[in-house]
Ligand binder design. Structure first.
Ligand SMILES: [Zn+2]
Length: 150
């Protein structure tokens, strides 16, 4: 199943599926175009700048600042049991933006636009198909394996 992003760019899932594997091992990877050097997070198989499909992964720190955030009270189907929750967009130090949930290390009242945060990989290993995602945590938080009970 392919999804279109914008006018000309789509990401064939198979070309960036290693991203999930890296996350599973605790690494955050962006993509770097081998032709022009443009970087992207989340990784893109096809360069936004020059449309080259020749890319390599590079590790990003996960450090960044809160660009914006919002509280989800009326959750979409499948997420009703975890609402309310807060999602944020993070400007990453290396460039690019990450959309993620705020994790347990940050109190709702402490969230401010511009605050420094750390994106941390989270894994649900108990599920049949290993699920990986990432959450927004206090600076210095290390990645952790999360049980599927939530
Ligand atoms: Zn390029």
């Amino acid at each position: 199943m392919f999804k279109w992003f914008g006018k000309v760019n789509y990401t064939p899932y198979t070309k960036v599926s290693d991203f999930a594997q890296y996350l599973k091992d605790g690494y955050f990877m962006g993509s770097r175009c081998k032709k022009c050097g443009a970087t992207s997070f989340p990784p893109r198989a096809d360069c936004e700048q020059c449309m080259s499909g020749d890319f390599e992964f590079f590790e990003v720190s996960g450090r960044g600042r809160v660009h914006t955030f919002t509280k989800i009270v009326a959750a979409p189907t499948g997420f009703e049991d975890v609402a309310p929750y807060i999602v944020g967009v993070i400007d990453l130090e290396e460039g690019g933006k990450a959309l993620a949930w705020f994790g347990d290390s940050i109190e709702e009242g402490d969230i401010e636009i511009g605050m420094e945060v750390q994106i941390v990989p989270q894994i649900f290993e108990e599920l049949e198909e290993i699920k990986v995602y990432y959450s927004i945590e206090r600076l210095g938080t290390t990645w952790s394996k999360v049980s599927s009970a939530h």
